[in-house]
Design a protein around this ligand. Structure first.
Ligand SMILES: Cc1cc2nc3c(=O)[nH]c(=O)nc-3n(C[C@H](O)[C@H](O)[C@H](O)COP(=O)(O)OP(=O)(O)OC[C@H]3O[C@@H](n4cnc5c(N)ncnc54)[C@H](O)[C@@H]3O)c2cc1C
Length: 468
């Protein structure tokens, strides 16, 4: 069975549209300050490793909780250069990679998790307002769209379950003009969109203003917890800290037992040039919702403040060996596929060109959402595994890490989601074989009216899976 995304698109249009695009994240194509690399020895009350959103929120909230403490934040490269500077900028309230995943795994606490997720999203909006972070925050809501007949029933079911308002075909096309839309589900409260690069850089500014010392190009390579404080080998120096948070996401964990917990999955993104008013008029989209289609292999797309369309997803590529490598980012087949799918969705935009193309590694967990823990005698906290929905959840994750380090029981640390570890991925070659078989099955399901084969049903029953 074919899907709408198997429709023919003129290959010359695709080539032309990508010809002038540069291979880098549009979100990081902005002026930015530099922070020195660490050299020599420093001491700190708290060391935070990793200056993506998780590390930045951790450092900021730690400074707010206890203004007197000395906090050092280090990154192996630059602030926000990794997933935090490459994502779609969808700030979703869900802490569980969507309601369905959370409900299936934690049926007894899903209401609490949903409430905490909403509180986190509102809290993020308050933080951004109070700290005057200039991050193009727009509380647009989320529009899920059905592009295949069987997905219409899924959206109706989600609406019946309270996830939003079902929107019939005529209305959804009047909102955003795509001939692929068969229905929609609009959730007004659960999503904001943000400029991902500005969010990282502005959080860093707020950290510095709160007294945090930031060091870039400072790779942490060792942890020694044999003394009364923990000693970290960091760049050309050392940090001796009372406590630490590891916010290293998809990169090899400094805690060996966590190395099998996640796999890097490459996700690809395009950004158009700013649309002219005439081009935008052809699409409508006056309410600027974040949009996602509903297959296993899905696209997510949104407008930027200067009216570019940021268009990502579909391919989720895992490479044998679990490596994060810049060479994996240049994947012409994925960019061509994304461009073709863009013109299927918006055929009226065939005069639009892409200015940027980029990829990022998602830290995929078998349960599709973060897990936490303590190591080195309770002095080091870690979090990993956001699986493609970490922009909002990173702020919540930071607070969990701080609660854990303080050794205090909170509503957050009492969650089963926080207390339980997910199952790891197997080592190679099993990881690769399993993931490729799962990806193939997900593609087959998309081409078979959503029907899941034996492998997917078995994984569902075991609470295991692969997503982006
Ligand atoms: C293409 C793409 C699209 C996405 N779209 C969305 C979206 O629309 N919405 C959403 O919610 N989520 C999305 N995500 C996921 C989201 O971006 C991430 O979950 C989130 O940014 C994770 O933040 P982080 O701080 O944990 O990790 P990162 O941003 O990856 O930061 C980790 C940092 O740790 C540093 N580091 C690692 N090891 C060391 C070490 N040993 N020493 C020093 N520093 C170290 C790295 O250099 C890096 O800067 C997307 C991800 C990708 C890749």
């Amino acid at each position: 069975m074919q899907t709408v995304f198997d429709s023919h698109v003129d290959p010359e249009l695709v080539e032309r549209s990508l010809a002038a695009s540069s291979l880098d994240s549009m979100w990081l194509d902005i002026p930015r300050p530099s922070y020195d690399a660490l050299s020599g020895s420093v001491t700190a009350d708290l060391l935070v490793v990793g200056a993506g959103y998780t590390g930045l929120w951790t450092a900021l909230h730690a400074a707010q909780r206890n203004p007197g403490q000395k906090i050092v934040l280090v990154d192996a490269e630059r602030v926000g250069w990794a997933a935090s500077g490459r994502n779609g900028g969808f700030v979703d309230a869900s802490l569980t990679h969507g309601l369905a995943n959370g409900k299936a795994r934690w049926p007894n606490e899903i209401e609490t998790l949903e409430a905490m997720g909403r509180e986190n999203l509102d809290g993020m909006q308050d933080d951004i307002g109070q700290l005057r972070l200039d991050v193009d925050w727009e509380r647009t809501g989320m529009l899920a769209v059905a592009t295949e007949p069987h997905q219409v029933a899924w959206l109706q079911e989600a609406a019946d379950g309270g996830e939003g308002r079902f929107v019939a075909q005529d209305e959804v096309r009047a909102e955003v003009a795509s001939p692929t839309y068969l229905a929609g589900l609009f959730s007004p409260d659960t999503l904001a969109i943000v400029h991902p690069g500005k969010l990282a850089l502005e959080l860093a500014r707020a950290c510095v203003e709160a007294g945090v010392a930031i060091f870039e190009r400072t790779n942490v390579t060792s942890i020694d917890s044999s003394g009364s404080a923990v000693r970290f080998g960091a760049g050309n120096g050392t940090v001796t800290a009372g406590r630490a948070v590891l916010a290293t996401n998809v990169f090899p964990s400094l805690i060996m037992r966590n190395r099998l917990q996640t796999v890097p999955v490459y996700d690809y993104v395009l950004a158009t040039e700013p649309l002219t008013d005439a081009q935008l008029d052809r699409v409508g989209w006056a309410n600027r919702q974040g949009i996602g289609d509903s297959a296993n292999q899905f696209h997510y797309y949104r407008l930027s403040a200067d009216n570019r369309i940021v268009w990502g997803g579909y391919d989720a590529i895992y490479k044998f060996g679990r490596k994060v490598k810049p060479a994996y980012e240049d994947r012409p087949a994925s960019y061509r596929r994304l461009a073709a799918h863009f013109f299927i969705t918006f055929p009226q935009l065939d005069d639009v060109r892409f200015s940027h193309r980029w990829a990022g590694a998602i830290d995929t967990s078998t349960r599709f959402c973060a897990h936490w823990g303590l190591a080195h005698g309770g002095r080091v906290a870690y979090v990993n595994g956001f699986t493609g929905l970490g922009v909002g959840a990173a702020r919540f994750a930071a607070d969990v890490c701080l609660d854990l380090l303080e050794g205090r029981s909170s509503a957050r640390t009492e969650l089963e989601m926080v207390r339980k570890r997910p199952l790891p991925f197997p080592p190679e070659p099993l990881a690769s074989i399993g993931i490729q078989a799962t990806r193939w099955s997900l593609d087959r399901a998309d081409h078979s009216a959503g029907r899941r084969n034996l492998l997917l049903r078995t994984l569902d029953a075991l609470g295991l899976g692969f997503d982006s």
